[in-house]
Design a protein around this ligand. Structure first.
Ligand SMILES: Nc1ncnc2c1ncn2[C@@H]1O[C@H](COP(=O)(O)OP(=O)(O)O)[C@@H](O)[C@H]1O
Ligand SMILES: [Mg+2]
Length: 230
């Protein structure tokens, strides 16, 4: 699904250069469940953003399904992102003044799905994540775990082949954490690809593969300094 070639991403701030990510070669196959682990500041979010078409590397190419993602015109890249990629963040990015139902309807609306079908599909998705009885609640009226599940339902609305998650269990109570991880297990069984940044060793252990980052570089697990682990 992905092939990264000679990638570097450098941030420049106040005369200081930070190599946020550097890799000569990295492949992520279709249907893989990859956990990205490493200390805070090691480049995990930078990698995820480049995979998601949201951050252009300074050098190198990100091949996505045989196309060089950052050589595509911006509208084509946006279209790939909207049609094929689902994002799950630690902060759920729900629209606060919309209900759970309306939040899930947004991507369907953007896809041009008709009004009544939007509603039916959004209800079905919320039922799938166990929130069929909360569809009219606004984010502030839901628990953190429920908000994350609304965000998951919204992510699923586009039926994405690839899910990019940045610390999806970071803020959750044990039950909600388990609910999210079981859904991820199910996504993988459905043939989707997942790349998940996580500080949660139990979550990382459920992935089929772990990518370890330290100072922007891919390293062997034993090279991650435990003292700096976040
Ligand atoms: N927009 C930015 N401007 C400058 N430096 C940044 C920016 N984003 C991230 N960095 C730096 O790049 C490095 C990697 O960041 P990040 O990918 O967010 O790490 P992680 O997600 O592993 O915590 C860090 O040293 C961070 O301070
Ligand atoms: Mg991060």
């Amino acid at each position: 699904m992905f092939h990264l070639q000679n990638i570097t991403k450098v941030y420049r701030r106040r005369q200081q250069e930070v190599v946020a990510f550097k890799a000569t070669s990295l492949d992520i196959g279709l249907g893989e469940y990859v956990a990205v682990v490493g200390p805070s500041g090691s480049g995990k979010t930078t990698l995820l953003s480049m995979l998601g078409g949201m951050l252009s590397p300074d050098t190198g190419k990100v091949w996505f399904e045989g196309e060089s993602l950052y050589d595509l015109p911006i509208n084509e890249r946006t279209r790939r992102r909207r049609e094929q990629i689902g994002f799950v963040f630690q902060t759920f990015n729900l629209v606060p003044y919309l209900t759970a139902l309306e939040n899930v309807q947004v991507p369907l609306f953007l896809h041009g799905v008709g009004k009544s079908e939007q509603r039916d599909r959004a209800v079905a998705l919320l039922e799938q994540v166990g929130l069929g009885n909360r569809i009219e609640h606004k984010p502030s009226e839901l628990s953190t775990g429920q908000q994350q599940r609304v965000a998951l339902a919204r992510t699923l609305a586009n039926n994405p082949r690839l899910i990019l998650a940045d610390e999806p269990t970071g803020n959750l109570d044990p039950d909600s954490r388990e609910a999210v991880l079981s859904m991820f297990d199910q996504f993988v069984r459905e043939g989707r690809t997942i790349v998940m940044v996580t500080h949660d060793p139990g979550a990382a252990a459920r992935a089929s593969r772990r990518l370890c980052l330290n100072d922007g570089m891919l390293v062997a697990p034993e090279e991650i300094p435990t003292t700096r682990a976040a």
